[in-house]
Structure formats: structure tokens, C-alpha cells
Design a protein around this ligand. Sequence first.
Ligand SMILES: Cc1cc2nc3c(=O)[nH]c(=O)nc-3n(C[C@H](O)[C@H](O)[C@H](O)COP(=O)(O)OP(=O)(O)OC[C@H]3O[C@@H](n4cnc5c(N)ncnc54)[C@H](O)[C@@H]3O)c2cc1C
Length: 618
Amino acid sequence: MQCMHCILVVTLLKIIKMAATASKLIGGNFLFSETDPKDVFIPEEFTDEQKMVWQTVHDFCMKELHGLGIERVAQLDAEKDKEFLLEIFHKAAELGICGVSIPEEYGGMGLDFNTGLLFTEALAIGLAFATTIGAQVSIGSLPIVFYGTDEQKRKYLPKIATGEYACSYALTEPGSGSDANSAKSKAVLNEAGTHYILNGQKMWITNGGFADIFIIFAKIDDDERLSAFIVEKEFGGIEIGKEEKKMGIKASSTVQLFFNNVPIPKENLLGERQKGFNMALNILNNGRIKICAGGVGGMKFGVQKSVEYANQRIQFNQPIAQFGAMKQKIGQMAMLAFVNESAAYRVGAEVDKKYHELKDNGATENDAKINSMREYAIECAILKVQGSEAMCWTADEAIQVHGGMGYAMETGVEMAYRDARITKIYEGTNEINRMLALAEFYKRAFKTKELKINDAMKTIPVGIAQNFNPFNNGFMADESEIVSNLKSVFMIITGAAGRKLKTQLEHEQEIVMNLADIMSVAFMAESAILRVKKLKSDANADKEALKIKVKMTQLYVYDAIETARKSAHNAIDSYATGVEKFAMKRVVNSLLKNYDINPKDTRRAIADVVIAANKYPY
Ligand SMILES: Cc1cc2nc3c(=O)[nH]c(=O)nc-3n(C[C@H](O)[C@H](O)[C@H](O)COP(=O)(O)OP(=O)(O)OC[C@H]3O[C@@H](n4cnc5c(N)ncnc54)[C@H](O)[C@@H]3O)c2cc1C
């Protein structure tokens, strides 16, 4: 009987592996394919030019913001100083920072997508100002870059690139946040047919207090879906609410907007009518991966602040950095920065490759930009959740490392903690992003069939999985097998839950959250493994650094197994009963067992290198 089960599951695992499709540039395909390390981009491959972008932005933030001293920074944080905000915005613009995502022909720097992520990582140390510039170069201007006509681009992009126009993105309303398409703002074409007349209200609009250009989402007449408009403040009829009093990113502008018969020239409709909601989602894909890249910058900074403090703070006659409890935190923080970095730039490079592939196949510039981003919607949702949660955890633990001083304003870590918190909310809450990752997976697997799941996957058998292979050998072979098993666990439970609950599954959100977490840790772990495998095959790679990178990868894999096991059990216990429940849990336990590292020693080894370097060293 046991052998029969074994055969069933071994066959199932083979099917999953065979389902790899020919194209390598398919979002979500990581679940069905084994990626060759040669095909992934790793951060060690950034060119000197790309590193220069990072350095320029980093130096700017250090000089113009951190250089002010903590008291002035704290003051900016406490009382919004609009003039200072504008001053710093224009200084950044002089360096070309406002034009990073704008093509060169419109006066921007035309950075490729992955360099744009590197820019975002560097910007993350820019306190609340990072949100201001982030909105300018991402959600505030990309709708025009991606969807604008040539005329719209010529009219607006050069001024956005120089900072002459500050911009913002207005989707959320008091009654419509996560459910963005239920927005009530309404635009009606006037009798002369020359202008849309906009009425309504928006809420939580970043940069809204000083923006010259608003990308506004509203419904035309009684349309079902949103349309988008480029609206200049100069058009009149926009009343700007008072600045919100917020928990964090206090120095950034966040306001309500009230529209009273705003006349929008007809030609300022952006993209097609009723396509605004799709546009909004796609722009958010872009913002989501950037949250992860920014998170990487924040995590590295958190490591640095923590280790600097821990190295100089003496308790019980020794630096607190020497205590195991502190090493545990520092090692874990560094590991999370490393893994998130591996995953974010892996996806960033895929987006760039997809863009070129689409262009080579004859796509227009706009379509190539839009569809290369859309392709990786699953990965962007995963990265948003993982990056924001890792950053918030790091900020919290950075306070803990600082003890009472962490709670005081003067060390700056409490500000980082407050600032980090918003990343779990905006660009789609983390709950929405978990659901989105799953929904997009189901859509691509079962509706559009872009993911080539073998038919057999739809009726997944339940059985006892093959045991962890004790004869596995080769560099990172155990870890690679575990990732493969994590994917199998995801597929087995997703298939079985889908089969049992059918359309009811979308209403069983707790199970959806569990499934999204399994899928996510599989992706993150795989990204780190691919990175160290690629480094291993590079004769010029720093061998000592590689040893620690391997340890960081192993530590993540160790944690990933626990996350996946807990999520899998939670899901199974929530939908299955009787024999099915018993059998499913045996499969999961069988697939997720026997990974033997010493987590304490592994974390310590990582922490020791970070402590010696007095910063995140990679
Ligand atoms: C500082 C700040 C800056 C912002 N900047 C901008 C901006 O520039 N432009 C802009 O347009 N918006 C902006 N936002 C708005 C932001 O995107 C929204 O706050 C966010 O999308 C969540 O919407 P909401 O606040 O209405 O929460 P809600 O949608 O009311 O959600 C409340 C809770 O319910 C959960 N929830 C909602 N729907 C579901 C569901 N279907 N299933 C399960 N759980 C659900 C959510 O996950 C959340 O936990 C900003 C917000 C803040 C706080």
C-alpha cells in the first residue's frame, strides 16, 4: 500500500517538474520550472555605472538629510515643513533624480527597470522624503510613461523630469481603498465635447499638498470601471485638504483632494476609457516590487544602525554585540536583507528581459513596458509582502537592540520603525497582495492557461511522498530539493483545496493567506539559492563572502520550512477532514523534513561577520 502511495506521489512530483514550459520569461512559472542559475541576475553583477546611481542617491540622502543632524530631522518629522520639503525636492531634481524613470528623449535618465530598483534601494534611507520622491518617479509619473500618447509625454514628462512639475497619484477615496474600483469620483463630458467635468473626492494622496500634476482615477458617466486623467492644478476646481497627521513618514505630504467641477481637456484622458483600473493595478505592480527594493535599503540601514550601536554599547563589561541574543537579531536581519535583495533584483532583471523580448517581437514601447510589468504580477505581490514584513520586523528589532535608546527620538530608529509601517498598507495592503498572488496564479494556471499545468495536476492524488533523499549531493543540493518540495506542497494543497472548495476557496481567505505564504517562501528561498549557486560557479567571486551568503541562504531555507509547515497544516486543518486530512499532513510532513543545520551557529557566523564589519558588508 505504502509503495502504491509512493508511486503516486513520485509520479506527481515528476509531472510538476515536466510541466516546465519553453519560455523562460513567464511570471509565476517558477512554481513549475527549475531555473538555471546562469539565467538569473544577481546583485553582484551590477555594473560600475549602476553602482554609481546607488552611490549618488545614497550620498545625496546622507548629505542633505542625515547631514542635518538628528535634531533637525526630528523637527522635520514632528512639524511638517513644506518649504524644506520643496527645497529638498528641487535639490534632488537638480541631480536628475526626478527623471530616473523617464525616457531620455523626454529629458529623463531612462534607467532600465533593475537600475530603477537599485535607485529605490538607495533612496530608502531618505526618511519621509523617500516617499515624496518615490511617488514622483513611480506612481505619479509612470502612468504617463506607460500609457501616455506621444503628445501627452512631450507635454508633461520633460517638466516632471526636471522637477518643475511635482506629481501625485489619486486613486483612493474615503469610501474606496482596497476596493478601488468602487470609487465615486465622476467625470462627465461637457456639452461642447471639449472637457470632462470632474467632481468627487480623493484621500491619502501623497505629494497632494504641493503637486502640480495629478493622475486622477474616476468613472466617466455611469461606467462600470475607472478611467484615468492627467489633471493640472492650474485647471482649477481642486481644493486641497489639510495635511494628515500620521504615525510615520510625517515630513511627506498626504492630503485629501476635493474636486468641484474640475475642467479636464478631453485630450487629457490617459489611456482608454474604462481601462483606468487595469492601469492602476499595473502601476501598483511597479510600486510593489519597489517597496521590496526600498525595504532592502531599509533593512541594510537597520543592520548598520543596530551593529554600530551594539558594538559600542557596553553592558556586563562587554559590547552587547557579543551576546548571543543580540547576534541572533543581527544575523537574522542581515539574512533577510540578503534574501530580499536576491529576489527583488532577480525579478527586476526578468522585467527588463521581458521588455526587450516584447520589443523584439514588435510590441510598441508602451505595450512592452506595460506587459513586461504585468507579466510578473505574482512575483511583485510576493515581494511587496515579504519586503515590507521583513523591513518592519528589522525596524522593530533595531529598536530592541538599542534598548531604551531605541525608544528615544535621538537615535532615529523609532522614526524608522514608524516610517516602515506604512509599507504593509499602501500599494495594496498585504492581505490584498496575498490574495492577489493566489488569484493571479489561479487565473494564469486555469483560465488563461499561461502557466502550463499538466491536466493531471487538477486531480492531485493524495499519498505518501518520497522521503527526503539522503544521497543528495552537490552544492546546495539539499536546499534545492527542499525548494522543489515547497513548490510541491503548494501545488498539492492548492490543487486539493481548489478541488474540494471550488469557487468557495476565494471566500476562505485564511486558507488563501496560508497558500500565499507557502508560495512566497518557495520563491524567496529559490532566489537566494540561485544566487549562491551562480556565485559558486564564478571563479572571481569572493570565496569568504560566499561562505556567509551560503549560510544566509541556509538559514532562510530553515525558516521557510517552518513557515510552510505551519501554513500547510493550518490550511489542511481548515478544509480537510478524516482520511484526507491525515494523508495530506503525512505528505506535507514527509516533504518538509530532515533539514539539518544548526540555526544558532549559522546566525552567529553571519552576525560575527556583520559585527566585525560594523555594517551590512555585502
Ligand atoms: C500615508 C499614506 C499614503 C498613501 N498614499 C496614497 C497615494 O499617493 N495615492 C492613493 O491613491 N492612495 C494612497 N494611500 C491609500 C492606500 O493605498 C490605502 O490606504 C490602502 O490601499 C488601503 O485602503 P484603506 O485605507 O481604505 O483600507 P481598507 O480597504 O478599508 O482596508 C482595511 C483593512 O481591511 C482589509 N481588507 C479590505 N478589503 C478586504 C478584502 N476584500 N478581503 C480581506 N481583507 C480586506 C485590508 O487588508 C485592511 O487590513 C495612502 C495611504 C497612506 C496611509
